[in-house]
Design a protein around this ligand. Structure first.
Ligand code: 13P
Length: 290
């Protein structure tokens, strides 16, 4: 028989509450971090556009953390435009795992933190496909990011031919397992880790995963995370969906129980669309922290 996670959690909560005489677990919504709306601007925008975007961006809606990942050269520009605001974080799109040295054209974690980044995208499919990043390299970066106080967003996702071959879950499992295997003990604080399910066939194509496909993949990833870190910890890892997210398709995707936010490319280049995605995530979160 199949039990839903919510039913099991409710049952555990009831048993613990009874056992502890009313001092049981906090309600589920109190144990969840905010949803994350992350913009991956990729290699787009100039300083003027980036400055205006950040200066005009409306406040993060209730229950949503907003993250901008501009090209590295624009990090200080965006940081300056955000001023003293605390509702928007900055992230890098990539980094070099070595702390310093002769790596022409690269940036270290420390340099990116110095430029304002507190997050970093790791293992984006464009890095994997165009810059030959293997699962092992991605794992090294994941471990290094956590050690260097950058909060990683680990991207995983299958190509169209892998999906057609029925290999989706095998690909996700390998990408996730190899990356997590690089992490030293003790396990990282789960709220510091994000995993983004980004099917390659949906990136920049206008062809998003259906809500059912996104949920199935996100639930699979959470289950694997649970096997590695324990299921309570896995509930606190944010799992994002990315791939042709738009204001039109966002509500269905945001309603998926295992989708905790979005990693957005094209639509994040429009402030209006990006803000609309924030409102959708906020509504799905019930307008507050989960
Ligand atoms: P699009 O939203 O343009 O499909 O890009 C998704 C993505 O790659 C985010 O990292």
């Amino acid at each position: 028989m199949n039990y839903r996670r919510e039913d099991i959690e409710a049952l555990v909560r009831a048993v613990v509450t009874e056992t502890l005489g009313g001092a049981g677990l906090p309600p589920a919504e109190k144990r969840q971090p905010k949803r994350l709306l992350a913009a991956n601007w990729k290699m787009n925008l100039l300083a003027t556009d980036a400055r205006r975007f950040a200066a005009e961006l409306s406040a993060a809606p209730p229950g949503v953390e907003v993250l901008l990942c501009p090209p590295h050269i624009l990090l200080p520009v965006v940081r300056e435009a955000l001023g003293t605001r605390r509702d928007v974080s900055l992230g890098a799109q990539n980094f070099h795992p070595e702390p310093r040295g002769a790596f022409t054209g690269e940036h270290s974690a420390e340099q990116l933190r110095d430029a304002g980044a507190s997050f970093v995208i790791v293992g984006h499919s464009e890095r994997r496909a165009l810059f030959a990043e293997t699962d092992l390299v991605v794992g090294t970066k994941l471990a290094r990011a956590l050690r260097e106080n950058l909060r990683p967003i680990l991207c995983v996702g299958e190509t169209l031919s892998q999906r057609r071959d029925g290999a989706t879950f095998r690909v996700l499992r390998t990408q996730l397992d190899v990356a997590l295997a690089a992490l030293p003990a003790p396990a990282p604080e789960p709220a510091l880790l994000c995993v983004a399910y980004e099917p390659v066939w949906a990136i920049g194509t206008g062809l998003n995963a259906t809500a059912a496909q996104a949920q199935e993949a996100a639930a699979f990833l959470r289950e694997r995370l649970g096997e590695r870190f324990g299921h309570a910890a896995a509930r606190r890892v944010r799992i994002l969906y990315g791939g042709s997210v738009t204001p039109e398709n966002a509500a269905a995707l945001a309603a998926c129980p295992d989708v905790d936010g979005f990693l957005v490319g094209t639509a994040s280049l429009s402030r209006e669309k990006f803000e609309a995605l924030g409102r959708t995530l906020s509504a799905a979160a019930g307008g507050g922290d989960r």
